[in-house]
Design a binder for this molecule. Structure first.
Ligand SMILES: O=P(O)(O)OC[C@H]1O[C@H](OP(=O)(O)OP(=O)(O)O)[C@H](O)[C@@H]1O
Ligand SMILES: O=c1cc[nH]c(=O)[nH]1
Ligand SMILES: [Mg+2]
Length: 208
């Protein structure tokens, strides 16, 4: 498993505000979108290019344009939705899939309640989006589902990863590349990332 840590100063600065418990839902959403967009810029660094020619007002110019596989963004509901919004600003033609999961508060195991994916997912480069990688159970479940549907070469993008979650993905899906803005210390007894940012879904939607 490869890990890319996006340590750009702008990302780290915005992440500091995102973690702050005084940040309200509106600012939280905006910051999470911005961080996701900036992270995607890094995560998409290896997109394929092909050369072509355009006419500038002055002369023909050899230019490079995106080629290769088209993109799919797959959000793990609910919190992954905010990352889709940010990244679509960068790649507005990407198709979007949704996997509905919630984590059972007792067992911490993911419970699936929805899945809708682009039918041509095997032909697309897939970015799986969830702000929090805690035990890794949700992301591992989503990766298994995506692979069953034929997806390959999946990048998992999360804002904050716990060592426990990274270990789980390395074991269950060693072929995955994880892109994160921070790797935190540990999980607490309730499965929350320490220091983390709290419950991402609740902070995005003001449900607590
Ligand atoms: O790595 P894990 O231990 O599986 O935990 C991470 C999951 O927990 C959160 O979702 P939650 O269950 O709170 O659902 P929500 O996004 O609807 O709030 C988060 O958005 C991840 O999906
Ligand atoms: O810290 C955590 C762990 C799981 N889900 C969250 O939203 N936050
Ligand atoms: Mg939640």
């Amino acid at each position: 498993m490869r890990i890319t840590l996006v340590d750009h100063p702008l990302v780290q600065h915005k992440l500091a505000h995102l973690r702050d418990k005084r940040t309200g839902a509106k600012d939280f959403r905006e910051l999470a979108e911005e961080i996701s967009l900036l992270m995607a810029y890094e995560a998409m660094r290896d997109l394929e290019l092909t050369e072509t020619t355009v006419e500038t007002p002055v002369a023909p110019a050899r230019v490079k344009v995106l080629s290769g596989k088209k993109l799919a963004l797959v959000a793990i509901l609910r919190a992954g939705l905010v990352m889709v919004e940010g990244i679509l600003k960068l790649v507005p033609h990407a198709r979007v899939g949704h996997i509905g999961l919630y984590r059972d508060p007792e067992s911490l195991k993911p419970v699936q309640y929805y899945a809708k994916l682009p039918p041509d997912i095997p032909e697309r480069r897939v970015f799986l989006l969830d702000p929090m990688l805690a035990t890794g159970g949700s992301a591992s479940h989503a990766l298994t589902l995506l692979k069953e549907k034929g997806a390959t070469g999946i990048k998992l993008m999360c804002l904050i990863a716990a060592p426990e979650g990274l270990e789980r993905i390395a074991q269950d899906h060693p072929d995955t590349e994880v892109v994160a803005a921070a790797i935190d210390e540990r999980l607490n007894e309730h499965g929350y990332i320490v220091p983390g940012l709290g419950d991402a879904g609740d902070r995005i939607y003001g449900t607590r």
